[in-house]
Write a protein that binds this ligand. Structure first.
Ligand SMILES: [Zn+2]
Length: 286
């Protein structure tokens, strides 16, 4: 937050503030996927696996490269906190910070989700979003943010003067990832990373810049779909906040299960090739 200033503004304050902003990473130099090539495959997809994500819990699944994956709202408005890993190298995982810097605060159709350093490559491409009609609302809110970090028991403990709650998304993801990998929970926890908040409706207060949430507009039947650019291990938590209209980190919100569907396509997008890891030589000038 920016408090009321105690420093006298300089004489040219208005001129300095009036400078027009520039988009940090111009789209002209960001390689964009050939969305039509991906979408050409969508009419003939074969559902090969369905995973149920229980409320206030998390589930894992794998998606081979070249397959499609849908996160589905099945029974009621519910937000999901998504982690993505390279299924063959768990050190490579979704990097929401750079994904946000490259695409914007909320992702949508045609956006690509990037992995961390030193890999930095698109690991998933969003190929359909039934909530694309929402855009930005009058408060600056939108769905599918890559801003929030995930609800967690540490922040809950801090803000509730010592509360202990074990079904925050961070803990749900930790338990599910531990079960999948055989790691002990304290080791699994170190792999859990900042999430794509699927279906969550968030933004920043215009006056204070504070992160806000509001009831998700998602309804049963809605889904977010992506194409796996590499073999992916997915992990998603059905947030204890439910539609995130009121609060997190408790058992008071109405929560619903979610579905994850994995689809096989008849072929690969025309002209598609597996994304290489970053071409930077990694020497850092030494
Ligand atoms: Zn959560």
């Amino acid at each position: 937050m920016k408090p009321n200033p105690i420093t006298t503004a300089p004489a040219d304050a208005a001129a300095r503030k009036a400078i027009q902003p520039l988009v940090c990473y111009p789209l002209e130099t960001l390689p964009r996927p050939d969305l039509a090539a991906y979408q050409a495959l969508r009419d003939d997809l074969e559902l090969i696996e369905t995973v149920v994500v229980p409320p206030r819990s998390a589930a894992t699944w794998t998606v081979p490269a070249g397959h499609f994956c849908r996160i589905v709202c099945s029974e009621g408005p519910q937000v999901g906190d998504l982690n993505l890993f390279n299924a063959n190298d768990l050190k490579e995982r979704l990097y929401t910070g750079k994904t946000r810097a490259l695409n914007g605060t909320h992702v949508g159709l045609g956006d690509q989700l990037f992995s961390n350093f030193p890999y930095l490559r698109p690991i998933a491409t969003i190929t359909h979003d039934t909530l694309d009609w929402y855009g930005f609302d009058e408060f600056g809110g939108a769905v599918h943010d890559v801003i929030g970090t995930r609800c967690d028991p540490y922040t809950h403990n801090l803000l509730s003067q010592g509360g202990q709650y074990h079904h925050c998304c961070h803990s749900n993801l930790t338990r599910a990832f531990a079960r999948k990998t055989g790691m002990a929970p304290h080791e699994a926890e170190t792999y859990v990373h900042d999430v794509l908040n699927v279906f969550m409706c968030t933004g920043f207060m215009r006056d204070t810049g504070q992160y806000f949430m509001k009831a998700s507009p998602v309804r049963p039947g809605d889904y977010l779909e992506f194409f796996a650019e590499i073999d992916l291990l997915g992990c998603i938590s059905a947030c204890p906040g439910g539609d995130c209209s009121a609060q997190h980190s408790s058992d008071t919100a109405k929560c619903y299960p979610m579905l994850v569907e994995i689809f096989k396509a008849k072929g690969l997008p025309e002209g598609w090739a597996p994304p290489p890891t970053s071409g930077y030589d990694g020497t850092h000038g030494e």
